[in-house]
Design a protein around this ligand. Structure first.
Ligand code: FMN
Length: 191
């Protein structure tokens, strides 16, 4: 809305001209403990809007989300992973990140990019978040993915990549420096 009265060039300069995304990425950490304060719908919607803007293979947008709320349903969701998902059990809300596999074979990549955007979106709005791996993980009887499909009525042609737990932060973690994190990991031109 704020950009309505400024030119495209000015808007571009505002987006490109600062380090706000770098600072956000430095600040983002996996947060697994949450307060009881609910996350309001508007904030959840904004976070998911960021995730929905992730790029996807051939622009097919195969990634979809199921928002799960309520202690009982969150506990059932956590139980779908045999080794457990404590941050899901204690979350205010959790987002199942899944992809419609009829829209292309690169569903793992597509869903991973969207989940990454989701994590950054949560941090942008001050919400703690943690990726809980589901793909290739066991459930109690079936695969974790199959058990989540059954629990939430997700059709068979969808694959579940992960569940992102969300909530107001109840643990503080130190930011990390981008300068330090990239040490020894970037090469130009040749290995
Ligand atoms: C592919 C992937 C799978 C992950 N699986 C889990 C998981 O099952 N449970 C969990 O608590 N954290 C999980 N994480 C979070 C990582 O443990 C965390 O990102 C890592 O330790 C780095 O910490 P940071 O997120 O605070 O930077 C996962 C992260 C990724 C990217």
């Amino acid at each position: 809305m704020m950009m309505a009265n400024i030119s495209c060039t000015q808007a571009q300069q505002q987006i490109n001209g600062d380090d706000s995304l770098l600072r956000l990425a430095e600040h983002r950490r996996s947060v697994r403990k949450y307060t009881n304060k609910p996350v309001d719908r508007e904030t959840i919607d904004k976070i998911l809007t960021v995730a929905a803007l992730a790029p996807s293979s051939y622009g097919q947008n195969p990634v979809e989300f199921v928002v799960v709320e309520g202690h009982e349903q969150l506990s059932k969701l956590a139980d779908c992973k045999r080794i457990g998902a404590p941050s899901v059990r204690g979350a205010s809300v959790a987002v199942v990140v899944m992809a419609d596999t009829s829209k292309g074979e690169l569903w793992v990549e597509d869903a991973s990019v969207a989940a990454g955007y989701l994590l950054l979106g949560a941090e942008q709005y001050g919400i703690g978040a943690c990726w809980n791996q589901i793909h290739l993980r066991d459930g109690q009887r079936l695969s974790a993915s199959d058990e989540i499909r059954q629990l939430l009525g997700i059709p068979d042609h969808y694959e579940v990549l992960c569940v992102v737990s969300l909530g107001h932060k109840d643990e503080q973690k130190k930011s990390r420096s981008g300068e330090q994190m990239k040490q020894g990991r970037i090469r130009y031109g040749k290995f």
